[in-house]
Structure formats: C-alpha cells, structure tokens
Design a protein around this ligand. Structure first.
Ligand code: IDP
Ligand code: MG
Length: 148
C-alpha cells in the first residue's frame, strides 16, 4: 500500500476542474486520506519545488503556485505513485495523451493543472510538507475486496 501527494494547482481551481479531477482519482479506486484548500506561501512553494531551484522557469513556477488556492490531496492504494502519475499524463500538456488530466485539459507546460509525487520517498516528504499527521484520515474502504 502506498501514498502519494496530488496537488490541484491554482489553474485547476480557477478553471473549476477540481470536481472532475478528484472524480478521476476516486473512480480509479484510490482512497482519499487527506484533502484541503491551501493558499500556498512563497516558503511552502520554495520547499515543494526545491529540486527546480536555479532553472529558468523556477520564479515563474513559484508565482504560479502562489497565485491562488491549491487543493492538496493524499491518495492511498496499490502503486499509488505510479497510478497518480499515469492519471496526470506527462508534464507538457500538449504532449500528454488523451484520457489523462493534462492530455484532456492542458496545453501549457507550466499551467498543467496537477502535481503528483514521483516516488514513494518524495511522496512521504511532500505529504509531510503539506499535511500535519492529524489531518490524514486512514480508513478501510467497504469495497476493498472489489478494488484490490
Ligand atoms: P511534473 O509536474 O510532471 O513532475 P517537473 O519536471 O517536476 O514536472 O516540473 C514541475 C512543474 O514545473 C511542472 O509541473 C510545470 O508546472 C513546471 N515546469 C516544468 N518544466 C517547465 C518548463 O520547461 N517551463 C515552464 N514550466 C515548467
Ligand atoms: Mg515533478
């Protein structure tokens, strides 16, 4: 069982795609264990995107992530990290295949609607950055035998 951090970035909220995107993760079978609306501070955005510091798009990326509300989600399930990345599609919305969030709704590289952890190790770090332990609610899904 694995957990992943998924962010619906400010463009997803502004474009009213929150319900659609959450629905995709729900229908896949992942369990929602954390959910909140966050106005990310510059400090939080810097920590979240620390790996991109120094890149040409870094400042613009921080402005983007702090430009409005972000929906922070933690999903749990089998291979949750890979499943999350597959539901999102590749970074560049123009190249992401149809059927993925980015493939269906994004054309931009920067404004690509979602963030998803890229490894179990980074997921643990990112979840700790966005959530307090007591904000995560683990539960047994009543349909677990069907979903696997
Ligand atoms: P990912 O979100 O698919 O994991 P990363 O390479 O980790 O992609 O980049 C983090 C975020 O930075 C992307 O989701 C996107 O918003 C932005 N980004 C990545 N590469 C570029 C770029 O070349 N130009 C502008 N923004 C970029
Ligand atoms: Mg990334």
């Amino acid at each position: 069982m694995q957990r992943t951090l998924i962010l619906l970035k400010p463009d997803a909220v502004q474009r009213r795609l929150v319900g659609d995107i959450i629905g995709r993760f729900e229908r896949k079978g992942l369990r929602l264990v954390g959910l909140k609306l966050v106005a990310a501070t510059r400090e939080l955005a810097e920590k979240h995107y620390a790996v991109h510091k120094g890149k040409p798009f870094y400042e613009s990326l921080l402005s983007f992530l702090t430009s409005g509300p972000t929906v922070a989600l933690v999903w749990e399930g089998r291979e949750a990290v890979t499943v999350g990345r597959n539901l999102m599609g590749v970074t560049d919305g123009a190249k992401a295949p149809p059927g993925t969030v980015r493939g269906d709704y994004a054309l931009s590289v920067q404004n690509n609607l979602v963030h998803g952890s890229d490894s179990a190790e980074n997921a643990a770090i990112e979840i700790a950055l966005w959530f307090k332990t007591e904000e995560l609610v683990s539960f047994t899904a009543t349909d677990a035998n069907w979903i696997g």
